[in-house]
Design a protein around this ligand. Structure first.
Ligand code: CP
Length: 300
């Protein structure tokens, strides 16, 4: 594989290879000297056409830990604001002979478009409502690290599944394992024809009961017109995971959120602070997982 565009295209064996490699890199990141010379002399560029905190910073750290030379492309101060197209931006960057392009874009298919028009390895850091493959990989890594397995788990994905590229990539990944996948949310936030291997729940407590893993999602207001929910206050009342819901969560369950969180919308501060929440562990694991992806693309 030259590129990582989506989880859909990966086999279970490829996912397991990435997760095993991430485990080795996590050990490197716990040493005093966290950097390896593996990709010295290679260059990566991070092209973020949409805002990001976690994905952009952890890709940059992953690249630096692998000894890559790193360029961060700032869209608001670039010629994109003068009307330069995605294609011409790509050709300009390509002229620097870069080896890796990490791209986030609001259009589904933008990462594939870039990959089809460059010799560099392209990694999708989120394209529209399509996929966010490295988020699903770091989520799987985090589940594996804590639960010791993915097979046999009941995993509830709660919230705005319809507009979430994180939910889509997680669904593709979990479907390659022997998991029970639950979609939990109001009907307007769930696909009208859910996949056959998914159990659908319209009531929060029914959906989270007995789950081993609960993944809460942000409402993707930037990707939807109004009218999906009456109000954020009502959403929080019925669908937000709150202190009073925690007694319905298994003692050994893990609570996850890809971030950014909207406290008081999909999750309460008590939930974020609950010992079962691993939200910042997910952030930490983003570095090792992204190092693994970059490293393995180079080798294949
Ligand atoms: N989870 C995630 O993609 O977060 P950012 O938007 O901060 O990168």
């Amino acid at each position: 594989m030259k590129d990582l565009i989506g989880i859909k295209e990966l086999s279970r064996a490829q996912i397991e290879e990435i997760l095993n490699t991430a485990k080795a890199f996590k050990e490197v990141l716990q040493r005093d000297i966290k950097k390896v010379p593996t990709l010295r002399g290679k260059t990566a560029i991070n092209l973020f056409f949409e805002p990001s905190t976690r994905t952009r910073t952890s890709f940059e750290l992953a690249e630096k830990r692998l000894s890559l030379d790193v360029l961060n492309f700032s869209v608001p101060t670039s010629a994109v604001v003068k009307g330069e197209t995605l294609y011409d931006t790509l050709k300009t960057i390509e002229a620097y002979n870069v080896d890796y392009i990490v791209i986030r874009h609001s259009s589904s298919g933008a990462a594939k478009f870039i990959a089809d028009h460059t010799e560099a390895s392209v990694i999708n850091a989120g394209d529209g409502i399509n996929e966010h493959p490295t988020q699903a990989l770091l989520d799987a890594f985090s589940i594996l690290e804590i639960k010791g397995r993915i097979d046999g788990l009941k995993i509830a994905i709660v919230g705005d599944i319809l507009h979430s590229r994180v939910a889509r990539s997680n669904y593709y990944l979990l479907s390659k394992f022997d998991t029970e996948i639950r979609f939990v949310g109001p009907p307007t936030f769930l696909p009208s024809h859910p996949p056959e291997n998914v159990k659908v729940y319209y009531r929060l407590r029914d959906g989270i009961k007995d789950a081993d893993v609960i993944i809460m999602l942000r409402i993707q207001l930037e990707r939807q017109k109004s009218g999906f929910i009456p109000s954020l206050k009502e959403y929080y009342h019925f669908w937000g995971l709150k202190k009073e819901d925690l007694s319905f969560v298994r003692d050994d369950a893990i609570l996850m959120h890809p971030g950014p969180m909207n406290r008081g919308v999909e999750v309460s501060t008590e939930v974020v602070n609950d010992p079962r929440a691993i939200i910042l562990k997910q952030v930490t694991n983003g570095i090792a997982t992204r190092m693994a992806v970059i490293y393995l693309l180079r080798r294949s």
